[in-house]
Design a protein around this ligand. Structure first.
Ligand SMILES: NC(=O)C1=CN([C@@H]2O[C@H](COP(=O)(O)OP(=O)(O)OC[C@H]3O[C@@H](n4cnc5c(N)ncnc54)[C@H](OP(=O)(O)O)[C@@H]3O)[C@@H](O)[C@H]2O)C=CC1
Ligand SMILES: O=C(O)[C@@H]1CCC=N1
Length: 269
């Protein structure tokens, strides 16, 4: 395979989770990556935390030598970034991780169809992310294989239809925030019940981690696994009653749908 050089435009939250995760898994190496970020604080973060990765403020310089360019800037600026650099995209595979921004728009700005839209999530930082992707017309099998190699190094990489991208964004793209709220609230509950904060946080995070792993590894339905915790007249059913009275399932369903709706709106912004 041709040697890959990756330029990442936008070294913020998602750029960091992806690149640091990929570097840790050694699917890419320090010398093969350049981060482009106009934000001084962001460039400083890279210099302090990944001192061997090249960082620069200038898009043109970095893109020149890359054969893959990942755009990890906010949806409202991605059009400007893509058009600003339109003469650089020839011969390069372009990846966008921007929520809501459609392949049709990306290809129009970039001027070719070798473009992949990916919706990753922040647990890529620790190799436990999930990234859904779809490609435009000129993405080759070799390109798809490279995308799969890159993103499966930091979690699951799943090809989807573009029409599924808003739902993916609502569920797994935004999902780490919902889970963090849940972990934080569980820890608060532990503190209210008298546990020290560090112990409560450890118990909350490990309970979510272990339960997710149990669901993924056993393939058993979450309802069945919930029943296995719930003794007749026991502690768990008393808590489940409180959660149901407060509409936890409806709130989570509404949250996913609200994020998916916002993703659809971003396409039109
Ligand atoms: N965060 C997440 O969990 C996820 C995010 N995404 C997508 O990832 C993309 C990036 O999000 P996120 O990482 O959270 O955003 P951040 O704001 O954390 O990172 C973007 C970085 O790019 C910089 N930047 C903006 N414009 C330019 C430019 N023209 N040239 C160079 N650098 C630039 C920003 O600087 P400055 O702030 O000064 O403009 C910032 O440092 C978004 O499109 C989002 O939809 C997708 C999945 C999950
Ligand atoms: O909040 C956002 O818009 C981005 C996209 C998915 C997760 N974060």
């Amino acid at each position: 395979m041709q040697k890959q050089r990756l330029a990442v435009v936008g070294g913020g939250q998602m750029g960091r989770a992806l690149v640091c995760g990929m570097l840790d898994k050694q699917v890419i190496h320090d010398a093969d990556v350049v981060i482009v970020d106009h934000n001084v604080a962001s460039r400083q973060w890279w210099s302090e935390n990944r001192p061997h990765v090249e960082v620069c403020p200038d898009l043109s310089e970095a893109v020149r030598d890359a054969n893959t360019v990942m755009l990890a800037v906010k949806p409202k600026v991605i059009g400007r970034v893509a058009q600003q650099a339109d003469r650089f995209w020839d011969g390069k595979l372009v990846i966008s991780v921007a929520a809501g921004v459609m392949l049709k728009s990306l290809c129009g700005w970039i001027g070719h169809q070798r473009v992949v839209r990916v919706m990753p999530n922040t647990p890529c930082l620790v190799g436990q992310g999930v990234s859904a992707f779809c490609g435009a017309d000129d993405v080759s099998e070799q390109d798809s294989a490279w995308i799969t190699t890159l993103f499966s190094s930091v979690g699951l990489a799943i090809p989807v239809l573009e029409s599924q991208m808003d739902g993916v964004t609502g569920l797994s793209g935004s999902g780490p925030a919902y889970v963090c709220l849940i972990v934080e609230a569980l820890a608060d509950g532990g503190v209210l019940a008298g546990l020290p904060r560090p112990l409560a946080m450890k118990l909350a995070a490990q309970t979510v981690l272990g339960t997710a792993q149990m669901i993924a590894e056993t393939g058993r339905h979450p309802g069945e696994l919930k029943d296995s915790v719930t003794s007749p007249a026991g502690t768990t059913i008393a808590a489940v009653q409180v959660l149901e009275q407060n509409g936890i399932r409806g709130a989570l369903i509404d949250a996913v749908v609200a994020s998916a709706r916002r993703s659809r709106e971003l396409a039109a912004d």
